[in-house]
Design a protein around this ligand. Sequence first.
Ligand code: FAD
Length: 435
Amino acid sequence: MSKISIFWFRRDLRLHDNAGLYHALKKGMPVLPIFIFDKNILDKLADKRDRRVEFIHQALTEIQASLKELGSSLLVKYGTPEEVFPELLNQYDIASIFTNHDYELYANERDESVREFVTSENIDFNTYKDQVIFEKKEVLSGTGTPYTVFTPYSRKWKEKLNDFYLKSYPTEKYFKHFFQTQPFEFPTLASMGFEAIGTNFPTKVLRDSIVKNYAEKRDFPAIVGTSRLSVHLRFGTLSIRELARKAKTLSETWLNELIWRDFYFNILYNFPHISQGHAFRKDYDKIIWRNNETEFKAWCEGKTGYPIVDAGMRELNATGFMHNRVRMIVASFLTKHLLINWRWGEAYFAQKLLDFDFAANNGGWQWASGSGCDAAPYFRVFNPTLQTQKFDKNLEYIKKWVPELNSFDYPQPIVNHDVARKRVLPVYQKALKEI
Ligand code: FAD
């Protein structure tokens, strides 16, 4: 049995321009690509009709088809990494394992435990930056500290950027190094206890026209004015380097969105307390929320009587997507109008969003509730009616998701805007000791 390398796919579900895969293939030993449907994660998913699991399964099927043409195959396992690696060590003579960095809390713990196990078996464990342009402590302020405000972070990010960071990893050069084998059998969704939904996933193509007109069109939920590529960035079916290269030539505004993504990964890495359930600014942990469960249910179901909020929640429930402008409105509404802990909203989004990503989701929720880095000041309470007038003035988006808008079936507002505004400010002020 000859020695092989393993490449472990996680949030990087593509064969092209993949840093860890490139290094694995370049090393020259046959590379066996693997993916683990991690029971530690899947067991926690309450809904067995989960679009993310379906998306991953589909992406793996595409990889499998490409590998088949190369005489290779993806080995897909269903289990925990702690179970799977010892099994692989029994089956193959493994010299090295290659994978890409993952910055979330569970992923770090998982990787450390796999690293510890395999290195004790004299196998090296090599990890690479792949899902961001700059990671960890690559973008620091002049005094060597991580940035907590977006604008100076993005300025430094742009200063640091050069062709080296945007260059693709030419994996194709070494495709001949994939381990040659008959195709392995894939676990089906049903065999893992999941059900296919038949979701129509956003296409993997970045349209130049979208990027070029992004600055003018990005805020209107009734039109497709944003890329809808978030799920592909989340699972790495597209390369961030490829997108950033395009953004650089086509639209600074869109490039800034990709930088926001890096920014939140930077916060996740440098401020681990946000992964422990804490507010970024710890004083905000002292807010006494109302946490009314009936109102939370109305928010989740899109029955608050505020059409723009309800449209957003119904879009989320029906498709797994919500436009960014509307995410900001519904998040502000939950925390400020209803005074419900942002963590409830964060958890609901985590369950429903196809593009759910801890760093961006936590960042977005804390931004809306005022407790995050570079957040909207707490006393800014979005007015859903004014937001509608500005961003959906012909009610096109609203009518699509709330067709019963003008009928008796539509509920009365769950709370009056002015009353809610007067209620929330002293609660925040008290927590922040301003009164
Ligand atoms: P585009 O507008 O085309 O932007 C391009 C890409 O940039 C996106 O695909 C995304 O990867 C990135 N991006 C854009 N805006 C942001 C942002 N504010 N923060 C971080 N990255 C950004 N985005 C997620 O990817 N996952 C989440 O779980 C998530 N949760 C959010 C929760 C709240 C409360 C809010 C306000 C925002 C959240 N966002 C999240 C950010 C943003 O809403 C989505 O990235 C965006 O709507 C996706 O649509 P798009 O692909 O068309 O984005």
